[in-house]
Design a protein. Structure first.
Length: 146
């Protein structure tokens, strides 16, 4: 039975593509297991409280700033797409999507971040990570819309 499934899958997509997809999936899974905690524990406790429009690479040459913003948004897009994929594949889908959104620049980003981080299961998971790293939990303005 399994042989028929494998043969059918290989008839649709070549074996090399399957191997590449599985390899990428495993690398993305392991990468997010490392990257998500590393980034979320490094954010300041008041990241979501003092969430004004930050200038990324503000004190750098405009070319460096532009390249930095492109890399940051590219990483954000990769994490967002990987997070969406992880909603059906193994992995931390919602946390990966949150991480992707943290990197991206778009209108309404602050409200979306607030809405995601304030989901009880996400906030609990993030603050548990921070607690294990001896970091205080995130704080919020109570008048901030969610």
């Amino acid at each position: 039975m399994i042989d028929h499934v494998i043969q059918f899958a290989e008839s649709l997509v070549p074996r090399e593509v399957w191997i590449s997809m599985i390899t990428f999936s495993l690398l993305a899974f392991v990468g997010t297991l490392i990257a998500i905690p590393a980034i979320l524990i490094r954010l300041p406790q008041d990241y979501f409280q003092n969430h004004g429009h930050r200038k990324w690479f503000a004190n750098h040459h405009p070319v460096i700033r532009t390249i930095g913003l492109m890399v940051k948004n590219g990483l954000g897009l990769i994490f967002l797409v990987a997070g969406i994929a992880m909603l059906v594949l193994p992995g931390q889908g919602l946390l990966t999507m949150l991480l992707g959104i943290l990197f991206l620049d778009f209108p309404g980003k602050d409200r979306l971040e607030q809405k995601l981080i304030r989901q009880p299961h996400i906030l609990k998971a993030v603050n548990t990570l921070r607690e294990k790293a001896d970091k205080p939990p995130f704080v919020f303005n109570e008048n901030t819309p969610t």
